[in-house]
Ligand binder design. Structure first.
Ligand SMILES: C[S@@+](CC[C@H](N)C(=O)[O-])C[C@H]1O[C@@H](n2cnc3c(N)ncnc32)[C@H](O)[C@@H]1O
Length: 313
């Protein structure tokens, strides 16, 4: 089950910005397979870590990987939008660092039955929480029930897909014949519908954006990230660090804007000037940190990674 090929992204940079050698509690909001967590605990004997993940399978893998660190690693199932409550439940108040490495783990991508990968044939599920997420909708439910307008909006806003309307229309037509239940069905449909971009060559697979949009909707990923960015600074002790790694522009925009707002402070409604004493964060990354070419060559998952970091004032 544990995927030996999972390589954490931008590890050196994560450690440089989190500075775990300061010791104390660190919250890894997306512990996944425990790659970053293991690197942090190995690098800093004074540090302890609360590893959070919404995926029970990921948590089981992290538990195995972090076992050598004993009580220094505490693993918690939950969503990072609930970070304050999850920390409080462990008796932890403010922490020395917060890490979020967004997106999917290679374990989730490698399992056809989770329905995340268009390269593998499986049910159109995409729930990160797994079947335990009883209140949520699967990707199949969205694809087979939402109106053409709603699907168009979804592919446009969460997938930045230019051919959203054509794809939504084709889905609605196809599902009249039979429901769209597998990743292979949806992939084939998108491949048929999407015209080639001018110039002929594509940088990414034609189904990439539709799959991304569905995944974001199923897991309410952008709401989750907004909530995390709203709470994270308050959970940091003074000089505490937050490090966020995003994998597409919608995520990166949320992180960038939230850090900018925290670094600006509240704006006086009369003068329009920010109150400098209300600044809570110093932004440590003027531009997003990107992986070096060697890292991308060794680990294709790193290709689109952008890291941004802040320090609590
Ligand atoms: C890219 S992986 C993390 C990999 C990890 N850094 C490592 O080195 O092994 C992202 C993980 O975040 C989890 N995740 C995504 N959104 C989440 C949320 N809102 N709350 C908790 N976990 C989440 C996913 O289930 C997945 O396991």
């Amino acid at each position: 089950m544990d995927d030996p090929r999972h390589v954490p992204v931008l590890v050196e940079e994560v450690l440089r910005y989190l500075a775990p050698e300061r010791g104390g509690w660190f919250a890894d909001c997306t512990v996944g397979l425990g790659g970053h967590a293991a690197a942090l605990l190995a690098a800093a004997p004074q540090a302890r870590l609360i590893g959070i993940d919404r995926d029970p399978q990921a948590l089981a893998a992290a538990r195995r990987r972090l076992a050598p660190f004993g009580a220094r690693a505490v693993l918690v199932e939950g969503r990072f939008s609930d970070l304050p409550q999850l920390l409080a439940a462990q008796g932890v108040g403010r922490v020395a660092g917060i890490l979020a490495d967004l997106g999917l783990s290679s374990l989730q991508l490698a399992q056809a039955e989770r329905g995340f990968a268009f390269a593998l044939d499986g049910p159109l599920d995409m729930r990160m929480d797994g079947p335990g997420d009883v209140g949520g909708r699967t990707a199949a439910q969205i694809v087979n029930r939402d109106s053409e307008d709603d699907l168009t909006r979804l592919f446009r806003t969460f997938g930045e897909e230019r051919q959203a309307r054509r794809i939504a229309r084709a889905i609605v037509e196809a599902r009249r014949q039979r429901p769209i239940e597998t990743t292979a069905q949806l992939r084939a449909l998108v491949e048929q519908v999407k015209s080639r971009p001018p110039g002929g060559r594509r940088r990414i697979h034609p189904a990439t954006q539709v799959f991304q949009a569905l995944r974001i909707a199923v897991n309410r990923e952008l709401d989750e990230l907004q909530a995390l960015m709203k709470n994270a600074a308050e959970q940091l002790e003074q000089d505490g660090r937050m490090v966020m790694i995003s994998y597409h522009s919608l995520e990166d925009r949320i992180v960038k804007n939230a850090l900018r707002d925290l670094a600006t402070g509240t704006v006086d409604p009369v003068t329009g000037r920010p109150h400098s004493e209300s600044r809570v964060i110093e932004v440590l990354t003027r531009k997003p940190v990107r992986p070096r070419a060697e890292e991308v060559a060794a680990n294709p998952r790193a290709r689109s990674a952008r890291l941004r970091a802040g320090r609590r004032l």
